[in-house]
Unconditional design. Structure first.
Length: 94
C-alpha cells in the first residue's frame, strides 16, 4: 500500500507577516489570494468590530464600532450599556 503525504502549510499574514495559526484552528481571513490576521483584516475593512471580538474569543458584547485603531464595545447592562475601549496594537511593532 502506498501513502501520499501532503505537508500542511501555515499561512503568514500578508500585511504583518506573522503566522496565522491556521494549523491550530485560529481564524484568518482571505481576499484575492491574500491572507490576513484578525487585526489586519479589521484595519482593511474585511471584518467588523463584532467579528474581531468573536475571533479573539469575546462574544459578550451587544455591539461594537471600530475607528482609527480603537474598538468601542458596548455590553447591555440593565437599562443602559457598559462601554469598553480596546486599542489595537501595531502588528509590526517588535
Amino acid at each position: 500500500m502506498k501513502f501520499i503525504i501532503h505537508e500542511a502549510k501555515e499561512f503568514l499574514c500578508d500585511d504583518c507577516e506573522t503566522p496565522l495559526g491556521n494549523l491550530s484552528g485560529w481564524p484568518y481571513y482571505s481576499k484575492n489570494n491574500d491572507n490576513y490576521c484578525p487585526d489586519c483584516a479589521l484595519r482593511r475593512g474585511l471584518i467588523g468590530a463584532n467579528e474581531w471580538l468573536f475571533a479573539k474569543g469575546i462574544d459578550c458584547y451587544h455591539h461594537a464600532e471600530y475607528e482609527n485603531g480603537t474598538i468601542t464595545a458596548y455590553q447591555k447592562c440593565g437599562r443602559g450599556y457598559h462601554k469598553d475601549v480596546v486599542k489595537l496594537s501595531d502588528c509590526n511593532a517588535e
